[in-house]
Design a protein around this ligand. Structure first.
Ligand code: HEM
Length: 538
């Protein structure tokens, strides 16, 4: 339905059944047996050995021994909050996604912000990309928009993700350094992967040291599809704009805060919500057709490229408000499982080869991180929409299914769930004729332009911001011990802008090498604006 729940309604209500509050209650074992003495183990004489039969001691210690679960393989350090998304308008002309069904409609959300590289206990204000993951508990199931605070990414193909992360994590022999980027292996890898040039510009800019989670933008990064009830689809980029503005630290502040208050961002988010200063973001959409995308001087399936707002303006369609801190960090923030495969009717994927790999990765990793195939039953992950299917059993199954049959079709069960035929859900119609194609490992031609958008970013920066970028490159590269890596970086930057490259080279006391050979002979693309596709008048 499209009912409008009152302000602040979130999965809170649903979690009530599992909330535990032990105040003024009798202490018990996990079997509900009263514990008479929580101070002393059961011993054979006051100075004798402890009896193996002390099941109370053993249960307590055994549970403690198993309190830790693996941290996320990336984005291990994070903080989260509850809230809601409110749509400004009815977007059903463009998408049948439930959150956009009516003006004023509210959908509960749970949002987790994170750093990428550091371990669970690492500091908040390091130079790093920030995760910005939103779980919408929609009427038609959970939709996860698993984004970052930077609109592009380091690599173009999921095949390279393990390599990227192995280069950025501490070196395997000595687990040094813990800093996100200041080391040989990271700079070795990215300077051998010129497609990372654009992302590196953002990564070395003030964007990678945000003032607060409340003052970061968020981006879906990939091109997605929006699909309406007729199965018609358009391409879409998602943008979260902080209502309080986008603000960053400067490097000296960030470095001092790492030592003085490693929980700086976690504390800021928590305290703002406790004080009633609820963080807000507006959701903006860049909407364009397949025909428009064909005319762009870059490939919209390439996650190292953004769609410049001069080409397609961002149209604001709603607002997200975070208004409640979690009750329990482990139960909610640690056990939440975001997944790019979690889409709902009205949202669909594009063929971006990075996104396609992510669709597999999240569920796969969570089976090991959260102990089996039933983590969708953990309260923070459970949809508010009802779940009915014939999946059964597995470790820690909570649901108690009744009846004889767990298969379909059947003529014995009576209460079997039926399949809901639905136009346009995971079957979006293309507007373009699709020629039959062979299976191939390779990249489309426009993926080879690695520098035009890096340069667009550089020239969009104010002189002060440009100086921060030059200084950041100098700082990071001064910690790289292998001269050839520095040379490769300078030759990459020489393709972005001569002033940038010269500035970094001077800081390192090096001569500027010749530019890195281009991966394409094509002339640099021209960015001509095309007319916007209005959300309301299609
Ligand atoms: C977390 C894989 C690219 C955003 C994760 C996790 C994995 C992963 C395994 C840990 C999930 C968990 O344990 O719950 C990948 C792969 C990628 C990729 C294979 C490329 C092929 C990206 C990109 C973005 C992104 C491009 C941003 C658009 C995130 C976020 C989280 C995350 C925000 C943390 C979610 C949370 O707060 O729990 N990723 N990732 N990832 N990833 Fe990716």
């Amino acid at each position: 339905g499209s009912g409008v729940p009152p302000v602040g309604v979130c999965p809170a209500g649903d979690l009530d059944r599992v909330r535990a509050d032990a105040g003024e209650q009798r202490l018990t074992t996990n079997q509900g047996v009263p514990i008479a003495d929580n101070q002393n183990s059961l011993k054979v004489g006051l100075r004798g050995p402890t009896a193996l039969e002390d099941f109370i001691l053993r249960e307590k210690i055994t549970h403690f021994d198993h309190e830790r679960i693996p941290e996320r393989v990336v984005h291990a350090r994070g903080s989260a909050a509850h809230g809601y998304f409110e749509s400004y308008q009815d977007l059903s002309d463009i998408t049948r996604a439930a959150p956009f069904a009516a003006a004023g409609k509210r959908t509960p959300v749970f949002v987790r912000f994170s750093t990428v590289a550091g371990e669970r206990g690492s500091a908040d204000t390091v130079r790093d990309v920030r995760g910005f993951a939103v779980k919408f508990y929609t009427d038609e199931g959970n939709w996860d928009l698993v984004g970052n605070n930077i609109p592009v990414f380091f690599i173009q193909d999921a095949m390279k993700f393990p390599d990227l992360i192995h280069s950025v994590k501490p070196e395997p022999h000595n687990a040094i350094p813990q800093a996100a980027s200041a080391h040989d292996t990271f700079w070795d890898f990215v300077t051998l992967m010129p497609e990372s040039t654009h992302m590196l510009m953002w990564h070395l800019s003030d964007r990678a040291i945000p003032r607060s989670y409340r003052t970061m933008q968020g981006f879906g990064v990939h091109t997605f599809r929006l699909v309406n009830a007729q199965g018609e689809s358009v391409f879409c980029k998602f943008h979260w704009q902080p209502v309080g503005g986008t603000h960053s630290l400067v490097w000296d502040e960030a470095a001092k805060i790492i030592g003085a208050d490693p929980d700086f961002h976690r504390r800021d988010l928590w305290e703002a919500i406790e004080a009633g200063a609820y963080p807000e973001w507006e959701l903006g959409l860049q909407i364009f057709t397949e025909q428009q995308a064909e005319s762009f001087p870059f490939d919209v399936l390439d996650a190292t490229k953004l769609v410049p707002e001069e080409l397609v303006p961002v149209q604001v369609v709603g607002k997200m408000t975070l208004n409640r801190n979690p009750d329990n960090f482990f139960a909610e923030t640690e056990q939440v499982a975001f997944c790019t495969a979690h889409i709902v009717p009205g949202i669909d994927f594009s063929n971006d080869p990075l996104l396609q790999g992510r669709i597999h990765s999240y569920l796969d990793t969570q089976i090991s991180r959260l102990g089996g195939a039933n983590f969708h039953e953990i309260p923070i992950n459970a949809p508010l929409a009802p779940v009915h299917n014939n999946q059964r059993d597995g470790m820690h199954r909570q649901a108690v299914h009744r009846g004889r049959v767990a298969y379909e079709p059947n003529s014995l069960g009576g209460g079997c769930p039926f399949q809901a035929g639905m136009a346009g859900f995971t079957t979006a119609r293309s507007q373009m004729p699709q020629p039959p194609e062979d299976k191939v490992r390779g990249k489309p031609e426009l993926f080879a332009d690695h520098y035009s958008q890096a340069r667009l970013f550089w020239i969009s920066q104010t002189p002060a911001e440009q100086a921060h970028i030059v200084n950041a490159y100098r700082f990071e590269l001064s910690r790289v011990t292998v001269p050839a890596i520095r040379v490769r970086l300078l030759s990459m930057l020489a393709n972005v802008d001569p002033i940038l490259a010269e500035g970094v080279a001077q800081g390192l006391g090096m001569d500027l090498p010749p530019p890195m050979p281009l991966a394409t002979d094509a002339p640099p693309p021209q960015y001509e604006p095309s007319p916007p596709l209005s959300l309301l008048a299609r």
